[in-house]
Design a protein around this ligand. Structure first.
Ligand code: FAD
Ligand code: NAD
Length: 473
């Protein structure tokens, strides 16, 4: 039986990063991964690289160009009449990016001497894992490990009224490979995936209707930001119907009809395609949790402590399969921290300072507490905000919607939250994350020199505004 210091189950951003860090620290390391890529070959990278972060951003970027050409180019003096979209080529480009990146991980494994065990891993004990090879051509075999890291990720949540058939009704994976632009596209769920994929297909020409169960739009986002974002997205053509309860669907090979309740009335609407994006659930299928005595909570997440330790000695779990936000960077940070803890180092994760980004346009990004959370928790705070409208760079860019809001402690001025709706928010939020990681104050940001003309000046001015001394507004 082969023996390793560390065996990771799952090669997504949690697992592959944990494996690389473990190998860097000198451990003999293996990573078990069963994913089959679009081309039929085994692939590393998990949900994020294969069917999540990367392909969705590739399509968001492609469709953003179209949106620019259709709606903004004229203002720049660019005549873009007669543009056409080759969806096939766009999807092929996306698949090419995915392939390059997943192959890149396999290159990193080789460089770091990490053994990729291609197959499905099942816990036998806290030191033994059985592997069933992907294509079932070879016999199952067992490896032993001094330390095991479980990083089996998550899968889309299904709802009984809208069963995914991968034809008319798809989940996020199916929505990344439509072969044409659906004329009428329905989406169940106005969460991150609904808004991102809704934006993609709406920019490409679909009439998009999003059915959301809750009465409030993006409840975990700062209210001021969420309200502005909702207005902007509606103006762009996303029809968002809040407070709808989907009770059933029916489809023939031409259209899919959704039956739902809203305002106490039964209603129905038909689409060419329907995307179900109502959240994701932890993936422990075939992991052998029960047999090995691994504790899961009621929702199926592997139970871990603050150090990602499970109830089994020397077995850790990280990423989407444990509590906390389902984000790639959170999974990766937990992977690094666990590998370092195994090496006796003080692995560090600051769960209070995890950035969130929704890649609509303008983008929505935030870190720390929202204004509504601060009020609810009775924390006294001060607030400064600054609109992109007053930024020279945003004007040059032609995207002036949105704002930056900085929230800091009323007594100490320590930054408690930063909320951005605007161009490049996904990049701008990094400055806030670094400042908060160093427990910085709004005054620290305000006294830091920002290049001119840049979008980051909007962050600077919002920090100045906390003390009522913004210059340009
Ligand atoms: P995963 O990436 O899910 O990887 C788990 C891996 O484990 C899989 O490859 C699976 O095949 C493998 N596995 C499971 N069980 C076994 C087993 N028994 N044996 C062997 N292998 C096994 N997050 C962001 O931060 N930014 C984004 O922009 C973003 N966009 C997204 C867009 C979409 C459409 C989706 C669906 C998700 C997006 N996410 C994004 C979320 C992100 O993909 C996840 O948070 C991230 O992939 C979690 O990483 P992980 O390593 O925990 O799990
Ligand atoms: P989500 O939790 O963001 O949104 C799901 C939405 O569906 C919620 O608004 C919920 O109220 C609604 N909903 C649930 N059941 C419903 C029903 N029966 N009818 C109508 N609406 C219903 O989940 P998601 O959009 O599926 O994304 C899953 C996770 O993947 C995210 O939480 C996030 O962690 C991750 N993700 C991140 C990014 C990013 O970081 N940019 C992008 C995509 C996905």
């Amino acid at each position: 039986m082969k023996e390793f210091d560390v065996v990771v189950i799952g090669g997504g951003p949690g697992g592959y990063v944990a494996a690389i860090r473990a190998a860097q620290l000198g451990f003999s390391t293996a990573c078990i991964e069963r994913w089959i890529g679009e081309d039929g070959n085994p692939a590393l990278g998990g949900t994020c690289l294969n069917v999540g972060c990367i392909p969705s951003k590739a399509l968001l970027d492609s469709s953003h160009h179209i949106s620019f050409l259709k709606h903004e180019a004229k203002e720049h003096g660019i005549n873009s009449s007669g543009i056409t979209v080759d969806v096939h080529k766009m999807i092929k480009r996306k698949s090419g990016i995915v392939k390059t990146l997943t192959q890149g991980i396999s290159g990193l494994f080789k460089k770091n001497n990490i053994e990729w065990l291609q197959g499905s891993g099942k816990l036998i004990t806290n030191t033994q894992i059985e592997i069933t090879p992907i294509h079932n051509k070879a016999e199952a075999y067992t490896v032993s490990a001094e330390n095991i890291i479980l990083a089996t990720g998550s899968v889309p949540f299904n709802i009984p009224p809208a069963p995914v058939d991968n034809d008319m009704i798809v989940d996020s994976t199916g929505a990344l490979k439509f072969t044409g632009v659906p004329r009428r596209l329905g989406i169940i769920g106005a969460g991150v995936i609904g808004l991102e994929l809704g934006s993609v297909w709406s920019r490409l020409g679909s009439e998009v209707v999003i059915l959301e169960a809750l009465d409030e739009f993006l409840p975990s986002v700062d209210r001021q930001i969420a309200t502005s974002a909702e207005k902007i997205l509606r103006k762009q053509g996303l029809e968002i119907r809040l407070g709808t309860k989907v009770t059933g669907t029916g489809s023939n090979n031409r259209e899919v009809t959704v039956i739902y309740e809203a305002d106490g009335e039964k209603q129905q609407i038909s689409f060419d395609k329907l995307i179900v994006a109502v959240g994701r659930k932890p993936n422990t299928d075939g992991l052998g949790a029960e047999q090995a005595g691994l504790e899961l909570d009621q929702r199926g997440f592997i139970i871990v402590d603050e150090n990602c330790k499970t109830n089994l000695e020397n077995v850790y779990a990280i990423g989407d399969v444990v509590r906390g936000p389902m984000l790639a960077h959170k999974a990766s940070e937990e992977g690094v921290a666990v590998a370092e803890r195994i090496a006796g180092k003080p692995g560090h994760i600051n769960y209070d300072v995890i950035p969130w980004v929704i890649y609509t346009w303008p983008e929505i990004a935030w870190v720390g507490k929202t204004e509504q959370a601060l009020k609810q928790e009775g924390i006294e705070y001060q607030s400064g905000s600054f609109p992109f409208l007053a930024s020279g760079r945003a004007r040059a860019l032609g995207t002036t919607e949105g704002m930056v809001k900085v929230l800091s402690d009323a007594r100490t001025d320590r930054i408690l939250g930063v909320h951005i709706l605007g161009p490049g928010a996904s990049e701008l939020i990094a400055e806030a994350v670094v400042t908060m990681e160093f427990e910085g104050s709004a005054e620290d940001l305000a006294r830091t020199i920002h290049g001119h003309p840049t979008l980051s000046e909007v962050v600077h001015e919002a920090a100045l505004a906390v003390d009522n001394r913004a210059i340009h507004f």
